[in-house]
Write a protein that binds this ligand. Sequence first.
Ligand code: UGA
Length: 457
Amino acid sequence: MELTIIGAGYVGLTTGAVLAELGHVVTIVDCDRRKVDRLKEGIMPFYEPGLDGLVSDQLRTGRLQFENEITITNQTELVMVCVGTPPNEDGSPDLGALTSVVDDLAKQLLLGQIVLTKSSVPPGTNSWICKRLSDAGIREMDCPVVSNPEFLREGTAIEDTRRPSRMVFGIDDRLSLAPRNELLERLYELYRGIHSPLLVTNWEGAELVKYGSNAFLAAKISYINELSCICDAYGADIRDVSCGIGMDPRIGPDFLKAGLGYGGSCLPKDLSALAYCAESRGVTSHMFEEIGSINERQMLAYAKQFLTEIDTERSSKINTEQKIRVAVWGIAFKPETDDTRMSPAITFMKQLLAWGVEVHAYDPMAIFSAHGLYLHDDPYAALLNADGLAVVTDWPVFAMNQVNWAFVKETMRGSVVLDARNIYHFGHLEKYGLIPVGIGRPLLQHQSIISEMRGNS
Ligand code: UGA
């Protein structure tokens, strides 16, 4: 198939490269000329494991190309819209880029070309696209519109695209059987070679599967984070509680890791957008707002606890006049990405800076600048004379056995280590004279046992 993908972000770029790998001829269009020029040379606009290799390979086959402007030819069978829908101040998604793409397409679409929306959009958007095209004289039966939301995660985008958890097609429920089946046949052809469960629904159903999934993931994280505060209050270990809850197959173990909260460009944005959509149709929902508030609270609560622990240690020392200085490991919103959008690490650091703390940060990929923040290109350099270390993003290089703890202790001035992703064994850190603080973890460590009951009499 020949297709045009509009938008060279995580979704457009990864989907385009994987579809080219499957044998399709793909043109990816992006309005950012510099980005396009660099992509033509195989230079990625962001860090995503394996993507540079895949794009370069597909460029060499000639099946993948990049353009700066949308040019639909009569060879084009399908146009995939993958532009960003960033949040406005009021939580609603900004559909400006999408609108200008649709208006551009309205001038160029030819009979039989499919418009497929991958951008995350509010319910009603695909219906609106169809109406906008039809106002420009393009009938739905000539150029069908399909909602095909994307579920890939940054950091594992290629794998998620090759083996998606599910495929959702939202199509116009007014289509009669024959054109509907013909459309589905062409969509199967597009994803030939990709195996996954499939759901076919109407436009609004598909749009809400996307928002609803991200909001649910955010809810799971806020739920476990709220529970972590109760664990702190009662001396339970959130890792055990989470493990026990996740053993129920109705709940499942994923997305139950307590931490500093969720970030990224998707969960926070889609949650706000869903809340906005509910409200704009008069549906009262307190839950979505609360999920976001718990997330915010989590980042600030642990920034406060970190500082309290540092203050407690410093109060036992003689020279406490010096400005508090801390090291933060991790800036990206999660490992294996350089994306810092809505990163909990940044909210955490900004709070410390607002309290007058000097912050020295290190991340293997991400960068960020703020007044009073010092960036380092070595994790141990950030530690020099620090009163505390906060490990906020669980990059593999920060794993328990990757860190030289003796050197950490030697380099720091204080001993507090905030393990904001619960990745360390406290007993091990204590052996080096460090004072570990976790998220929902008791001071007295215990031995958890996970095994099998055999039930033999
Ligand atoms: C998310 C969804 O997981 C994807 O399915 C979706 O396609 C994507 O948004 C999107 O809409 O484009 P992503 O933003 O890449 O993917 O990140 P996640 O892996 O979902 O992680 C989000 C945040 O939750 C991270 O900050 C992570 O550290 C945090 N998290 C995750 C936890 O705090 N605890 C957990 O147990 C899991």
